[in-house]
Design a binder for this molecule. Structure first.
Ligand code: COA
Length: 570
């Protein structure tokens, strides 16, 4: 079928549907829901059999849903209605939640139901639940709805009559007062639940040192306690605030009154006050923990859960130090697991945006990430494996590809391109790795298409070596078992010999230093040159400026060649 994805933005769910439905042979095009005229034009150009709306912030125009079947993905159980479904599910401590695919009609979220899926809730931030459990369930429900639609004789179920098995109901937008923290009374669990319900956006508003800030990125700090509401300590980017029974680490804050009103490390937003606080070392047992190393047999595991997968200069340096430490251990295989939500999204664009000189900070950041990538590429003592539990974008993808193996969980999305960030050239030795693993032809395809890709395509194109289809929560165990098998394998010495031989041959053909220099020369132009595109795109990304048009890479209906291609084919 020809399907139009109508969406507020090309978010992780829209990307996943684009990839999954495309792999099933459907022809997909995307239009951002900018205004009714643009949407109507997109429909006229693409003439879709079906419209799917993975992520909308406003109602579909009547002219559209009257003439076309429009399926809305609603992040709630059947019967649930309103714009804050997941927020309420977390606040209400639901142990099971769901996704419903319903047909657009006059009343929002009240149309007939084509499919629904339930999932178990986890104590996690809303964005993490959305990107993981919710997205998996949504993909299943959409595939079922599409199959039913294609079948032609499915009658979607109306919820006109109250059905006792339908637990969902209409709920208003969550207001700030619904999650205001009462520091004197709320225990750590309650505080975490309130912040999780609002994370990534909008965060929970509170007063700290007399300033109004939004709290994000909360974790238990069980070893600490004090007068409730007091800021007790700092650790890396985080500050600890006392709750009624212990404390929470807050990694990131937004101060809407400040010059930079986007999410930044808490110790930066409250720099003066934080400097006077007692320090718990970052990454220590009781501190705010981003990097963790563990071992099992002859395999080392380096976990790095940086918020949003963004890796600033200092984080790259810390990870490089941890990497070097890991290489000194008596192990043969080192697995780099990233974090549960993201493996890496490259340089930290928020920190760069907030720096005195964005160009200087970009330069430092890219060099720090390159130092890490180079250390991985030059590793002789270990077989290195990037194990992607979560999505990865831009430089993060090529940092992963610096490892000897890239293993992915099925369902993980890669965005192996930089150009959308204002024509950024990119570094992380991508010019080496891409040709080396994907081949010249695929390399051009990957960089020019600027599209997200799933595990199967990543494997096909050489960006990954294996993918794992087991349940999400067994991925790390599956990886550990495979890595241990590799470490114990009789072929290990031969693998090391082949690795050394290939690296030496590659180095003789063109040294890594030269790749780095050439890439950085181009990056220098992006950062310091006359063309400000990168700085503008970064500002738009960080400030979340809504897109004014859909890129033609995904709005295929606006690409005359693609349109003619399917017209001729059909
Ligand atoms: N620096 C800072 N924040 C980043 C980031 C980065 N490199 N990459 C992602 N984020 C943040 C987003 O701002 C968003 O923040 P939120 O918590 O306020 O919502 C969150 O991570 C999730 O990102 P989002 O863009 O909503 O996820 P997505 O799945 O829709 O898209 C990407 C994934 C990777 C395509 C997209 O995030 C992206 O383009 N990131 C920038 C990559 C880049 O250009 N890096 C620099 C070059 S190495």
């Amino acid at each position: 079928m020809r399907i139009l994805l109508l969406t507020h933005s090309f978010n992780s769910l829209a990307q996943r549907l684009f990839v999954t439905l495309g792999a099933q042979g459907h022809e997909l095009s995307v239009e951002f829901d900018i205004n009714d005229a643009v949407t109507t034009q997109a429909v006229e150009l693409w003439q879709p059999d079906l419209i799917i709306a993975p992520f909308l912030k406003r109602a579909i125009p009547e002219a559209l849903w009257r003439d076309h079947t429009c399926l809305i993905v609603h992040p709630g159980i059947p019967g649930d209605r309103g714009p804050s479904s997941l927020d309420w599910a977390i606040l209400d401590n639901e142990r099971e939640w769901g996704v419903t695919v319903l047909q657009a009609e006059a009343e929002m979220d009240a149309g007939p139901i084509w499919a629904s899926e339930l999932f178990a809730m986890r104590d996690a931030a809303k964005s993490s639940l959305y990107r993981n459990e919710m997205t998996d369930a949504a993909v299943k429900a959409v595939l079922l709805a599409v199959e039913r639609f294609e079948g032609g004789n499915f009658a979607p179920c109306r919820l006109d009559h109250p059905d006792p098995s339908v637990r969902g109901r209409e709920r208003p937008s969550v207001r700030h007062t619904n999650r205001t923290i009462d520091w004197a009374r709320d225990n750590t669990r309650t505080v975490l639940r309130k912040i999780h319900s609002a994370d990534g956006m909008p965060g929970v508003k509170t007063q700290l040192f007399g300033r109004s800030v939004h709290l994000h990125d909360a974790h238990p700090a069980n070893a600490l306690s004090g007068a409730p509401g007091t800021v007790l300590a700092r650790s890396g980017p985080a500050i600890a605030i006392a709750t009624s029974d212990s404390a929470v680490w807050i990694g990131h804050l937004r101060n809407r009154a400040a010059e930079h009103s986007f999410k930044l490390p808490a110790t930066r937003v409250l720099a003066d006050e934080a400097a006077a606080l007692p320090e718990t070392p970052v990454d220590s047992n009781h501190g705010y923990r981003e990097i963790r190393y563990e071992e099992s047999g002859r395999v080392g595991f380096l976990h790095f859960a940086f918020h949003n997968g963004a890796m600033g200069t200092e984080q790259c340096e810390r990870l490089l130090a941890a990497y070097r430490h890991a290489l000194k251990q008596d192990t043969r295989v080192l697995v780099l697991t990233g974090g549960p939500d993201f493996w890496s999204n490259g340089m930290n664009l928020n920190l760069i945006e907030a720096a005195d000189s964005a160009a200087d900070d970009s330069w430092r950041n890219i060099n720090a990430i390159d130092d890490l990538a180079e250390a991985i590429l030059r590793t002789e003592s270990h077989l290195t494996i990037a194990a992607l539990q979560g999505n990865s974008g831009a430089g993060g993808v090529f940092l992963a590809r610096a490892c000897d193996r890239v293993w992915m969980r099925d369902g993980v999305m890669l965005n192996p391109h930089y150009k959308d960030m204002g024509n950024l050239y990119g570094s992380e030795f991508w010019t080496y790795s891409l040709t080396r693993y994907a081949g010249a032809e695929n390399a051009t395809r990957i960089t020019q298409a600027r599209l997200p890709m799933g595990a199967r395509e990543a494997l096909e194109l050489g960006l990954a070596d294996e993918y794992f289809t087991g349940p999400r929560d067994s991925f790390l165990d599956d990886i550990a078992a495979r890595a241990k098998g590799l470490a114990a394998s009789r072929d290990l010495d031969a693998l090391f010999a082949a690795k050394a031989e290939r690296r030496n041959a590659d180095e003789a053909t063109k040294p890594l230093a030269q790749y780095r220099e050439e890439e950085l020369e181009r990056m220098r132009l992006n950062f310091y040159g006359f063309d400000p595109s990168y700085h503008i795109a970064r500002y738009n990304f960080v400030a979340k400026v809504p897109k004014s048009r859909t890129p033609v890479t995904i709005a295929r209906h606006r690409d005359t060649r693609a349109r003619n291609h399917w017209r001729n084919a059909s």
